[in-house]
Design a protein around this ligand. Structure first.
Ligand code: HPA
Ligand code: ZN
Length: 341
């Protein structure tokens, strides 16, 4: 298939996006706009100069810019505008359901109230749900470079909002610098979140070793692994992931930009998929990594020679792996089935 046809096929595929940091959707243009609106200075002369700084060598070099970029988010309207911009792009890429991570500590640490963060993001999710039927959930993520106590403080600040946002806030995630911040650092907070009946996910096996993936499953009791591409280093773990169909939310362009792989052609996504792992494709931080979810499907398909059938399997995996109730999931799977025949 030539590239325009493949692109159209991919964008038409009914899919879910399961690994997306809303702060990672802040495009340079919006960073400049919000900085001006909030009377803040940014240390770049232009949108182009900022975009040119997105040359990362590893996860930390990205995180430094990601937290700096997020510092222009001050008001509820800022969080709303960012979320609306993402949802517009997701819709154009055939996303019917999104499970979106957000990092309240990135904002509360700068004096922004957690209520402001929830309110702006949730208003956009609800409006889009009502207007288009595209559904979305929120996964509140703890920053793993911060302490266990800070995670507990964040949970305590967020819990009074749970009832007000129970149509969107359904889960908990774990992100930021992986190396040196192993899953067991967060064993107790994840145990508490499990008691509270949140759905649980965690980043593991992006830069960290396969053992972090095993520990995310055994110590944190997560239901999905964000990234997980290093799992291949442990054949017994790989067998387990395949046997138990543990979803891996893989982000190929992110892995390329953060030098987890040297070239997309060397990405192990096709190998994992062909071994029968529950692999999905996602965009992670699309404003920073050069593409939204459709572009991730397209670039990966081209680099690894994925067939249309395999692309359909990836879309099906995304719907199977989402946290929607079974009846709503079946509706989306039916739409995919209709598209594939
Ligand atoms: O890709 C990521 N990895 C870890 N933490 C993150 N926070 C935003 N994006 C990422
Ligand atoms: Zn991520």
């Amino acid at each position: 298939m030539n590239s325009p046809d493949l692109n159209a096929y991919i964008r038409g595929l009914p899919k879910a996006e399961l690994h997306l940091h809303i702060e990672g959707t802040l495009e340079p243009e919006l960073i400049f706009e919000l900085a001006a609106r909030n009377h803040m200075a940014i240390p770049y002369s232009s949108v182009e100069a900022l975009r040119a700084a997105y040359a990362f060598t590893d996860l930390q070099s990205f995180l430094d810019l990601y937290y700096a970029g997020a510092s222009v988010l001050i008001t509820e309207q800022d969080f709303y505008d960012m979320t609306m911009a993402y949802l517009r792009r997701a819709r154009a890429d055939g996303v019917l359901h999104a499970e979106i991570m957000f990092d309240p500590q990135t904002h509360t640490g700068r004096g922004v109230a957690i209520e402001t963060v929830f309110a702006g993001i949730a208003r956009a999710l609800r409006e889009v749900r009502a207007a288009t039927g595209i559904s979305s959930y929120l996964l509140m993520s703890f920053l793993r470079h911060l302490s266990e106590q800070e995670a507990f403080d964040t949970l305590a600040a967020a819990l009074p909002l749970r009832e007000q946002y129970n149509d969107v806030w359904i889960g908990i995630g774990l992100d930021s610098a992986e190396l040196g911040n192993p899953p067991d650092k967060f064993a107790r907070i994840f145990a508490r979140c499990k008691e509270l009946e949140f759905r649980l996910v965690a980043h593991a096996g992006e830069e960290g070793p396969a053992a972090y993936v095993s520990d995310a499953l055994d110590v944190l009791h997560v239901e999905r692994i964000d990234h997980g591409v290093r799992s291949e280093d442990d054949p017994a773990l790989m067998q387990r992931l395949i046997r138990d169909q543990v979803p891996l939310t893989v982000c190929p362009l992110s892995n390329l930009k953060l030098c987890v792989v040297d070239a997309l052609e060397q990405h192990n996504l096709a190998r994992l998929l062909r071994q029968g792992a529950m692999v999905t494709i996602n965009s992670d931080d699309p404003a920073y990594f050069g593409g939204y979810v459709g572009q991730n499907y397209l670039a990966t398909a081209q680099a690894l020679g994925l067939s249309k059938q395999e692309l359909g399997t990836l879309a099906r995996n995304s719907l199977e792996s989402c946290f929607l109730p079974a009846d709503q999931k079946q509706v989306l799977l039916g739409k995919l089935q209709g598209y594939l025949i």
